[in-house]
Ligand binder design. Structure first.
Ligand SMILES: [Zn+2]
Length: 48
């Protein structure tokens, strides 16, 4: 399962937690810019 990282508060969460929000945002602080962390690669995702 994909791991995500909030670039604002630094918390990690997974895909299922993201789905609960039905949006691309941090479930902890609500920040709309998160990073997708995949084995050694971090890709920033910015909500539209
Ligand atoms: Zn956050």
């Amino acid at each position: 399962m994909a791991k995500y990282l909030c670039i604002r508060c630094g918390r990690e969460f997974d895909e299922s937690q993201l789905a609960v929000m039905m949006n691309v945002r941090c479930p902890y602080c609500g920040y709309k810019v998160i990073a997708k962390a995949r084995s050694g690669e971090i890709k920033t995702i910015r909500a539209l």
